[in-house]
Design a protein around this ligand. Structure first.
Ligand SMILES: Nc1ncnc2c1ncn2[C@@H]1O[C@H](COP(=O)(O)OP(=O)(O)O)[C@@H](O)[C@H]1O
Ligand SMILES: [Mg+2]
Length: 301
């Protein structure tokens, strides 16, 4: 049997909620090769973060499971580093100390103190943050905090990098810069990445495959779109590229093309306010950014 690097097999999860059991995910099957970059895309609340949290070991699947390099995942670990949307730096530690914490956790006993220092600096250099070593998180911008969060994750040399809308809270220009940095880092290090995004252009620009999820409850993978664009990828050149435009359209079509399709029978059957909210939220485009950083920067207002 061919084994994949990371395998989600028949993953389902049921939460206990105030109104009883809530089935968020059902029968999620996904195999990743080492070095592959996949994006998860789907409407708000469909279960993307839940998938990521199961891979991170933060949630336990009710059915099925996750295998990473032949070992079952059942708790959090430094082999699966997570970058959240709202940078999770410790506010009382400096930029340097935030990365140091992770490096000490993984490498104490394996690297000497001076090797660890070099390694921390190396990782901060990778994200262009070596100029701000002694700054506190409150003294740097949101984009810089995300850079430090990425450096912290990279410094642990994780097998898998999990990113939950990592650039979602940033302005378009900063987002574009971070996307480019992430592509360069991934080209150098060959990280295996699962990234959640609301940004269609970001998904196409960065991914080898785009995993499109159906709406919940009992969300699952509806469609997988391979992205066979050459690397390195250049956002300006791709804006005019026919294949890029086709892929982008395919994702938009999935999200908005058939508005009646995403409402599952279970969601339709609900009559309370939550169900109405849910139907509204899945037919609105307000949660999605489709412009991203793909326009020439000079054209941005
Ligand atoms: N700990 C939890 N307990 C109960 N329900 C949860 C919990 N976490 C997530 N959910 C529900 O599971 C569904 C998927 O949530 P989530 O994975 O956060 O969606 P997404 O990241 O796609 O926006 C939502 O309906 C959410 O309310
Ligand atoms: Mg989420």
């Amino acid at each position: 049997m061919a084994t994949s690097y990371l395998e989600l097999s028949q993953v389902g999860i049921e939460f206990d909620s105030r109104h009883g059991k809530f089935r968020a995910l059902d029968d999620i099957n996904l195999s990743l090769d080492r070095g592959e970059f996949v994006s998860l895309i789907g409407h708000s609340g469909c279960g993307k973060s839940t998938v990521l949290n199961i891979v991170a070991g933060l949630h336990e699947a009710t059915e099925g499971g996750v295998i990473l390099e032949g070992k079952e995942v059942n708790r959090p670990g430094p082999d699966r580093a997570v970058v959240f949307q709202n940078h999770s730096l410790l506010p009382w530690l400096t930029v340097y100390e935030n990365v140091e914490l992770a490096v000490n956790r993984v490498f104490k006993g394996h690297k000497s103190k001076s090797e660890r220092r070099d390694w921390i600096l190396h990782n901060l250099r990778r994200v262009n943050m070596e100029h701000a070593l002694d700054k506190l998180p409150s003294e740097i911008s949101g984009g810089m905090k995300q850079r430090v969060g990425i450096a912290r994750c990279l410094s642990m040399e994780p097998k898998v990098l999990l990113m939950d809308e990592p650039f979602g809270a940033l302005d378009a220009l900063t987002r574009a810069q971070l996307q480019d940095s992430l592509m360069a880092i991934q080209a150098e290090l060959g990280n295996t990445v699962i990234m959640i995004t609301h940004d269609v252009d970001e998904a196409v620009l960065l991914s080898d495959r785009i995993i499109m999820m159906s709406n919940g409850p009992a969300a699952t993978i509806s469609k997988i779109l391979p992205v066979n664009l050459d690397r390195p990828r250049d956002r300006l050149a791709l804006a005019e590229d026919r294949e890029f435009v086709r892929l982008r359209h395919a994702v938009l079509e999935f999200l908005y093309g058939n508005k009646s399709e995403p409402v599952t029978p279970a969601a339709t059957a609900l009559t309370d306010d939550a169900a109405v909210d849910k139907r509204e939220s899945i037919t609105t485009e307000k949660n999605y950014r489709v412009t991203s950083g793909m326009r020439p920067l000079t054209a941005m207002a």
